[in-house]
Design a protein around this ligand. Structure first.
Ligand SMILES: Cc1cc2nc3c(=O)[nH]c(=O)nc-3n(C[C@H](O)[C@H](O)[C@H](O)COP(=O)(O)OP(=O)(O)OC[C@H]3O[C@@H](n4cnc5c(N)ncnc54)[C@H](O)[C@@H]3O)c2cc1C
Length: 544
C-alpha cells in the first residue's frame, strides 16, 4: 500500500481502500471511458474531506499532484466521475438528510444521499424537487448539484441551480467555506479575508469586473445549458454576490461539496396528461411552440420519435400494446400540467385546442393509473438504453445536445441525415419542450472502426448542434466527453475566462482534472473502454 494510503488511513475516520476490486469498480462510470483511481476513500464526515484536500494540496506544493475526484453513484455519462488519483465516494456514509423544514420547504442534505430517497421523503410532506434527472432512483443529490441536473419538469421549473440556496464546500487547500448570496457589505468583508477564501472572492470579483462585456454575451438562445461554468448570476446589479451558482454544475472541478441547502416546491399528485400523435415532426414542433406560448408553461412536454417506437416494437413487442398502434406516428408528445390553482382548467382547454389542430390522434387522462400507462411510451427509451445486439451497445457519445425549440424539426432532420450517412439506426427521445433530445448509436467499442465512428459522429453532431445556435450539453455537463468542444460553444475569449476560473480555484490541478477545461480529443482516445456496460451501478459499499 502506498504512503499516501497509509497517511490517509491513519488520519481519516472513513475507510481507505487500495484493493484491486475497489479500484476496478470505480474505474468506470456511465460513460464510454475507463480510468482506475489509485485509492478509494469513503469519507465519514466533512473533516475527512477537508484532511484529504489539505494533504493533496501540501503534496502539490512540493510538486506531486494527486487528483481528487468526488463521486456520487457514478452515473455521469461523460466520464466526470472518473479519476486516476483519490476517489472520494460519498454515498457510503455522507448520505443523511440533516434537516427538513416542510413548512418552509427547506431541506439540508449531505451529498451522498440517494435522490430517490430524498424525493420520497419530500413527497410525504407534499413537497418535491422538480429538476430530478431520469436517473434519480440510482444517483445522488450531490451528483445532481455538481452536474446541475435537469429533467422532464425543467421546462416549467428550471434546473437544479435554481433550488440550491447555500453550499458547504471544501476548497482545494482544505479550507471549508459556506456559500450564499452576500450583500455588498458582506462581500466587502470576504474581500478583506487573509485566506484562500478571501483570494477566491477577490480574484472572481476582479475577473467579472474585467470581463463585463464578454459576459453580457454569455446567454445563448437555448432554454437550458450545462456547458461551461455558470458566471451569469454570481454578481447582480445590486452588488450582491454568490459563489453558489458557480459551484453548481462545476462537476467537482472547483471544490468538493459537503452539505447542500435546497428549496423545494409544493407537490401536486393530480395532473392532466395528453398523449398526442403526429404524422410529421414539423407538426410536433408547431405544437411545442404553441404550447410554449401559453401564459404558463406545461410541467412537461416530452417526446419520442417513430423510430424509437419501431425499435421498441422489435425488441419488446408488448411494451406499447394498447397505447400506440401501428403504423406508428412520426412523433409522440406527452404534455403534462401540474398546476395547483384554477388556472389549470383554462390552460388544459387551450392545450387541447392546440393539440387537436396538429395531432392525428390524442388522449387526455386525469386518472393517475391511466397516466402511468401513457408514460410507458416515454419510458420505452429505457429499453433502448438496455438493449444490445451481439456486441453492439447503445453508447452515450452524442446524447445531450440542445437547440432553440423553434429549431427542433431541423435538428431532428439533421440527426436522421447524419445517422443515415453513417449507416446506423437511430431512435430519439427527450425534452422536446426545451429543444433538448437524447439518442444513442449502437456501436461495438471493441472494433477500431466503431471507435473511429464514435468520434466522427461527435464531430458531425456538434457541428449540427452549434450551426443551429445550440449547446453541446443541455443537462449532463461537459464532463470529459464534451470538454474538447467547449471552446467551440463559447469562443476563445469566454473559454479563456473559464480557464482562469479553474486556475483561481484549483491552482495545482488537483480537483477532478481532465473534466470541463483543458481537454483535447486526443486526451480521450486512450481512455475508451472496449465494452460499454452500466454494471458498476450494482451496489459496492463497505460493510462492517
Ligand atoms: C440512464 C441515465 C439517464 C440519465 N438521465 C439524466 C437526466 O435526465 N438528467 C440529468 O441531468 N442527468 C441524467 N443522467 C446523468 C447523471 O445520472 C446525473 O447527472 C446525476 O445527477 C449524477 O449523479 P451521480 O450521483 O451519479 O453523480 P456522479 O456520476 O457520481 O458524479 C457526477 C459529477 O458530480 C461530481 N460530484 C459528485 N459528488 C460531488 C461532491 N460531493 N462534490 C463535488 N462534486 C461532486 C463528480 O465528480 C462528477 O463530476 C443520466 C444518466 C444515465 C446513466
Amino acid at each position: 500500500m502506498s504512503k499516501v494510503a497509509h497517511y490517509l488511513q491513519e488520519h481519516l475516520l472513513g475507510e481507505v481502500m487500495t484493493s484491486a476490486d475497489a479500484r476496478s469498480y470505480f474505474a468506470t462510470d456511465g460513460s464510454i471511458f475507463t480510468m482506475a483511481p489509485s485509492l478509494v476513500v469513503y469519507p465519514r464526515n466533512e473533516n475527512d474531506v477537508r484532511k484529504t484536500a489539505r494533504f493533496t494540496w501540501q503534496l502539490a506544493e512540493r510538486g506531486r499532484v494527486i487528483p481528487i475526484t468526488a463521486r456520487g453513484s457514478g452515473t455521469d455519462e461523460g466520464g466526470a466521475a472518473l479519476g486516476n488519483g483519490i476517489m472520494l465516494v460519498f454515498p457510503a456514509h455522507m448520505n443523511r438528510i440533516v434537516e427538513l423544514d416542510p413548512k418552509n420547504g427547506i431541506v439540508v442534505v449531505e451529498p451522498g444521499l440517494n435522490y430517490g430517497r430524498l424525493q420520497q421523503t419530500l413527497h410525504t410532506h407534499e413537497r418535491f424537487l422538480p429538476p430530478f434527472p431520469a436517473s434519480y432512483e440510482y444517483s445522488t443529490i450531490g451528483g445532481a448539484v455538481a452536474n446541475n441536473a435537469a429533467g422532464e419538469k425543467t421546462l416549467k421549473y428550471g434546473t437544479t441551480r435554481g433550488y440550491v440556496k447555500t453550499l458547504r464546500v471544501v476548497l482545494a487547500n482544505g479550507e471549508v467555506i459556506e456559500t450564499m448570496r452576500l450583500s455588498k457589505r458582506e462581500l466587502n468583508k470576504k474581500l478583506g479575508l487573509n485566506t484562500f477564501e478571501g483570494e477566491l472572492y477577490r480574484a472572481v470579483d476582479a475577473l467579472l469586473e474585467e470581463n463585463r462585456q464578454p459576459l453580457e454575451k454569455l446567454d445563448m438562445a437555448v432554454t437550458k445549458n450545462a456547458a461551461g461554468y455558470s458566471l451569469g448570476d454570481i454578481k447582480r446589479q445590486d452588488g450582491s454576490f454568490d459563489l453558489t451558482p458557480l459551484f453548481v454544475g462545476s462537476q467537482g472541478t472547483l471544490g468538493i461539496i459537503t452539505e447542500i441547502t435546497m428549496e423545494t416546491e409544493m407537490y401536486n399528485p393530480t395532473k392532466d396528461l395528453f398523449l398526442a400523435e403526429f404524422n410529421s415532426v414539423e407538426n410536433a414542433e408547431k405544437t411545442v411552440l404553441a404550447l410554449r406560448d401559453l401564459p404558463y408553461l406545461p410541467s412537461a412536454i416530452e417526446m419520442v420519435d417513430g423510430q424509437l417506437l419501431d425499435l421498441v416494437d422489435r425488441i419488446n413487442p408488448n411494451q406499447l400494446k394498447g397505447i400506440v398502434t401501428k403504423p406508428y406516428p412520426k412523433a409522440v408528445l406527452l404534455v403534462e400540467f401540474d398546476d395547483i390553482d384554477r388556472q389549470r382548467k383554462k390552460l388544459v382547454k387551450r392545450a387541447q385546442k392546440i393539440i387537436e389542430e396538429y395531432a392525428t390522434h390524442h388522449e387526455h387522462e386525469t386518472d393517475p393509473a391511466a397516466q402511468a400507462r401513457l408514460w410507458k411510451v416515454r419510458q420505452a427509451s429505457s429499453s433502448v438504453l438496455a438493449h444490445s445486439e451481439g456486441r453492439l451497445k447503445a453508447i452515450p457519445v452524442i446524447e445531450d445536445g440542445v437547440v432553440p425549440p423553434e429549431k427542433l424539426s431541423e435538428f431532428i432532420a439533421g440527426i436522421y441525415d447524419m445517422f443515415a450517412a453513417a449507416q446506423l439506426q437511430v431512435a430519439i427521445w427527450g425534452h422536446a419542450g426545451d429543444g433538448h433530445l437524447h439518442m444513442r448509436p449502437f456501436l461495438d467499442l471493441s472494433q477500431i472502426g466503431d471507435r473511429q465512428k464514435a468520434f466522427r459522429l461527435m464531430d458531425d453532431y456538434y457541428k449540427l448542434v452549434l450551426s443551429l445556435g445550440g449547446s453541446t450539453s443541455g443537462e449532463h455537463g461537459d464532463s470529459r466527453l464534451r470538454a474538447p468542444y467547449l471552446e467551440q460553444v463559447y469562443g476563445p475569449e469566454m473559454y479563456g475566462i473559464f480557464q482562469k476560473i479553474k486556475q483561481i480555484f484549483d491552482p495545482y490541478g488537483t480537483l477532478n482534472p481532465g473534466v470541463k477545461v483543458g481537454v483535447t480529443l486526443d486526451d480521450l482516445k486512450g481512455l475508451l473502454r472496449t465494452e460499454y456496460t452500466l454494471s458498476h451501478l450494482y451496489d459496492h459499499m463497505p460493510r462492517s
